[in-house]
Design a binder for this molecule. Structure first.
Ligand SMILES: [Ca+2]
Ligand SMILES: [Ca+2]
Ligand SMILES: [Ca+2]
Ligand SMILES: [Ca+2]
Length: 458
């Protein structure tokens, strides 16, 4: 059906009403051919918006509705408009911070929220300016104790020996325990929940003061010190651990050795103004030390410690039959292999044949040897409450010991004819058996070893 077009061509537009001439949208041209207008050529219709700084969908706004893009995780997450000035917006995550405990936020952007917050952690490579998380541990036990219970941390301190075990980590500090804050040693500084192995991760506390690790009377809640090696400081009188009037102290699973030079305690429990110390002392290996005078594993002064489970093997009668010297659990007064030098028996000198004079003296020597000795090792289990204090602060055990005869090996002291006491050089070179009697130049016989001025030897 041939016809005639009124005009040779006309504008055309097939887009939605209101879009023509808006944005990129524009009409085209339709030409007449054989009396019929042909297709609309050159029109631009609305299309999906794209990031090109143009109004592609012809709604009068360029690059609208393109949404946002996000990047990063946790506290680092960032959302930005997808298109800026006709170009995709670069998305840069926020910088990661340190994990903050207890805020329900993944502060360090590793995908885990409040990780490494199960303890205030302490490591030999830590820093006291750190918060105390597993990733950023503190350096000292005291600073960790101060941080416990705050800023999302529990009342617990976990102390590592190193990043790998077996290892030994030393903490040279005077640890002061805080009411209700438990302190555990033997950790390995790895991961967000440090593993614990007290057998291979040796965490040592080396106090610089004679008081050692200290629980004072403010410690009334159960407050645990567990899993450490604690060596007392070398002072005249020294304790590795002191419990003064504390009713909540729990000293468990430690290897404790006193460091006193004259008087030495493993654990010294005293009252505080009449307030008894009532610690629980359990599953430790406690040695008083190797001082010259008094050595006590656990001492109690006007106090009542509860002592439990310091035995490796208990027989059917409930007696301890294993441990003490060779086991892992014990309380003893002395370090067995570190006896006083005067008592140490070194290598025997080469034997030689006796002289005629010595042969003559032999029967007398045999008689001397037959005299009773005070023998045995002093490393017995210490009984708490055994050493009740006398006025003046000296335990009765110490006073009693001074009244005993001198033990084997003690220097013999002889009284001089003019009444002055002197130490005979010849006598000094040998060990005087206990109970030995020395004939003085005036003919009287005197027992040695109990003269005043000679320190008692344990
Ligand atoms: Ca638009
Ligand atoms: Ca656009
Ligand atoms: Ca995290
Ligand atoms: Ca957090």
């Amino acid at each position: 059906m041939a016809g005639v077009c009124p005009v040779a061509s006309k504008a055309c537009y097939n887009g939605a009403m209101g879009t023509q001439g808006v944005g990129v949208c524009k009409p085209g041209v339709s030409f007449c051919a054989k009396g019929v207008f042909g297709p609309c050529i050159g029109e631009v219709l609305p299309s999906a918006e794209s990031c090109n700084n143009l109004d592609d969908d012809c709604n009068k706004t360029a690059d609208d509705g393109l949404g946002t893009v996000s990047c990063g995780t946790g506290a680092c997450k960032v959302s930005v408009p997808a298109c800026t000035a006709g170009k995709p917006t670069a998305c840069v995550p926020k910088a990661a911070g340190n994990e903050v405990c207890g805020d329900q936020i993944d502060n360090n952007c590793d995908g885990l929220t409040d990780e490494g917050c199960g303890c205030v952690y302490v490591s030999p490579t830590g820093n006291d300016n750190n918060a105390g998380t597993a990733a950023l541990p503190k350096r000292t036990i005291n600073k960790a104790i101060a941080a416990a219970g705050q800023n999302g941390f529990p009342n617990q301190v976990c102390v590592a020996s190193g990043a790998a075990c077996p290892s030994t980590g030393d903490y040279i500090e005077d640890v002061v325990m805080k009411n209700g804050v438990n302190v555990y040693g033997g950790y390995q500084a790895t991961g967000n929940n440090w593993p614990r192995n007290t057998a291979t991760c040796a965490t040592r506390i080396l106090p610089g003061k004679p008081i050692g690790v200290y629980f004072d009377k403010s410690v009334v809640l159960p407050t645990v010190l567990d899993g450490f090696v604690i060596n007392g400081h070398a002072d005249n009188v020294s304790a590795a651990v002191t419990v003064e009037g504390s009713t909540g102290a729990v000293v468990s699973g430690n290897t404790i050795t006193g460091g006193g030079q004259t008087t030495s305690y493993g654990v010294n429990v005293t009252d505080s103004g009449g307030q008894k110390g009532t610690p629980t002392i359990a599953r430790n290996a406690i040695s008083g030390g190797s001082p010259t005078a008094l050595s006590v594993g656990v001492r109690s002064q006007s106090s009542a410690p509860i002592i439990q489970a310091h035995c490796d093997v208990i027989d059917v009668n409930g007696r301890c039959t294993g441990g003490c010297f060779n086991g892992k659990l014990f309380i003893r007064s002395r370090i067995r292999h570190l006896q006083h030098p005067l008592r140490h028996r070194g290598a025997e000198p080469p034997r030689r044949s006796a002289t005629a004079r010595e042969r003559r003296l032999r029967p007398e020597r045999r008689a001397r040897r037959a005299l009773p000795r005070r023998g045995g090792d002093e490393s017995d289990h210490a009984r708490p409450d055994q050493h009740a204090r006398r006025s003046g602060g000296q335990s009765r055990a110490g006073a009693r010991l001074r009244q005993r005869p001198a033990p084997a090996g003690q220097l013999a002291v002889q009284e001089h004819r003019n009444g002055r006491r002197r130490t005979d050089d010849r006598l000094r070179e040998r060990r005087a058996p206990a109970g030995e009697r020395v004939r003085r130049r005036d003919g009287r016989v005197q027992a040695v070893g109990d003269q005043p001025g000679v320190p008692p030897q344990l």
